[in-house]
Design a protein around this ligand. Structure first.
Ligand code: ADP
Ligand code: MG
Length: 414
């Protein structure tokens, strides 16, 4: 079940063939193959908007494409998506306004931001033809949209000779997503451009600095379990943001520490010392400030403990931190859902019954969506089957599962 719909080397090679069939005038030797990965986040959830830390990595699930520049008089971009069986097709001078929900709007948004950047540098963008395919499930929490944008940006800038650093690529990817209409942070893009095989990035969401951390999983692997989707309740998300902002303000005023700009600048001791103030202001203003602040400061500390554990190759210590994170997100931050809890419980029940050490936590914004699972690689198949069964019994709905490996986030394929 995990291998369903995977991009095999044959599928990737067939992208080149299809591109040349669709555009017989292209020269075969100009065709280049690129990919951009879907990302996971090992730890550090709901910390980004408090200027905190997270630990993303790029996976072997990716959007791949064959691309070639075309000697157009008026540069034109034609990209065919196999998944959506349609073409994004427009001239650079006339980028169309497409409705949200249309995948071609991502290509148009990407073209808009790259056009501005290329003009700023005085480098003309080439016309481009492409065929893309993907094994990142859409809307699964692996951020297929960021991967699509970075694939197009990376391929097009390279074919045109626009030299972009990883950080510049990430910023342009974020701009493209904003242009599309989603005001995302920059975590997904940083995860992809900094992603390296066998490494995670320790991302500082204040400075956007990403420190590579080499990790040893010692025979363990990550899996994604996908629960019933709920539209992320935007009002809940905004409420959490506001509570975190207010909690930092209360801590700054109560402690007199002017340097506290966000919860990133506080720590568990400080939150404990001013717990009464947080409770009082929260009660007065109809917010939950204490548990929200506790989650964020503990989560930031957990990220650093996680780095330690992963560098030592102490998988069990990291797994225990995943469970702590899940409980904190469920109880203190209140962004879990019955399905997410059921999936995590199913993994723990499987672990206890079979004696297979495995851990899990919800990943992403919450209220449904993905669960990140850590288990021995040789038990992955059994886990997907058994946990799937337990989850079905608990929720009367189907979970979907797939394995992920940590890979280079941006690749040029041979
Ligand atoms: P997520 O980023 O979490 O996967 P989004 O809704 O943000 O979910 O982005 C998914 C959208 O990205 C799809 O609806 C589609 O518009 C675009 N997309 C993803 N993969 C592809 C693909 N292979 N071809 C074309 N568009 C894609
Ligand atoms: Mg997205």
């Amino acid at each position: 079940m995990s291998e369903e719909g995977r991009l095999s080397p044959e599928t990737i090679a067939s992208l080149r063939t299809e591109l040349l069939e669709r555009h017989p005038d292209l020269e075969g030797e100009r065709v280049r193959l690129f990919s951009a990965s879907g990302r996971i986040n090992l730890l550090g959830e709901h910390t980004d908007y408090s200027d905190g830390f997270c630990l993303p990595a790029a996976t072997n699930r990716r959007v791949a494409g064959a691309f070639a520049s075309a000697p157009d008089e008026r540069p034109r971009i034609v990209v065919h998506s196999r998944r959506f069986a349609s073409d994004a097709d427009f001239c650079l001078e006339e980028i169309p306004e497409l409705p949200p929900g249309d995948w071609r709007r991502y290509v148009a948004s990407t073209a808009k931001v790259l056009r501005v950047e290329a003009a700023r540098r005085g480098v003309p963008l080439a016309g481009m033809r492409g065929v893309i395919d993907s094994d990142i499930p859409v809307g699964s929490g692996l951020s297929s949209s960021a991967a699509l944008e970075l694939l197009i940006l990376n391929a097009w800038s390279r074919l045109s000779g626009v030299e972009l650093s990883p950080r510049e690529l990430a910023l342009l990817g974020q701009k493209a997503e904003w242009e599309y209409g989603v005001q995302c942070g920059i975590l997904d893009q940083l995860a992809i451009v900094n992603g390296r095989k066998g490494e995670v990035s320790l991302v500082d969401c204040r400075t956007l600095e990403a420190t590579p951390i080499r990790i040893a999983l010692n025979g363990f692997c990550f899996l994604i379990g996908f629960t019933k989707e709920r539209s992320l309740v935007a009002s809940e998300y905004n409420a959490r943001r506001e509570e975190c902002r207010r909690a930092a303000e209360v801590l700054r005023d109560a402690s007199g520490r002017k340097d506290i700009r966000a919860l990133r600048d506080a720590d568990p001791e400080l939150v404990a010392r001013y717990a009464a103030e947080l409770e009082a202001v929260g009660a007065r203003e109809g917010m939950k400030l204490l548990p929200r602040a506790e989650h964020v400061v503990n989560e930031n500390a957990r990220v650093h403990r996680a780095v330690d554990a992963l560098q030592r190759g102490d998988v069990a210590a990291f797994g225990a931190l995943m469970l702590e994170t899940h409980r904190s997100l469920a109880e203190k931050f209140e962004v879990s859902s019955p399905e997410l809890d059921a999936m995590v419980d199913a993994v723990l029940a499987f672990s206890a019954r079979s004696g297979t050490p495995s851990w899990a936590r919800m990943m992403g914004g919450g209220f449904g969506g993905p669960v990140l699972i850590l288990a021995p690689a040789d038990a992955a198949e059994t886990l997907m089957e058994r946990v799937g069964e337990l989850y079905r019994r608990a929720t009367m709905s189907e979970g979907r599962f797939w394995t992920v490996e940590i890979e280079d986030g941006l690749q040029e394929l041979g």
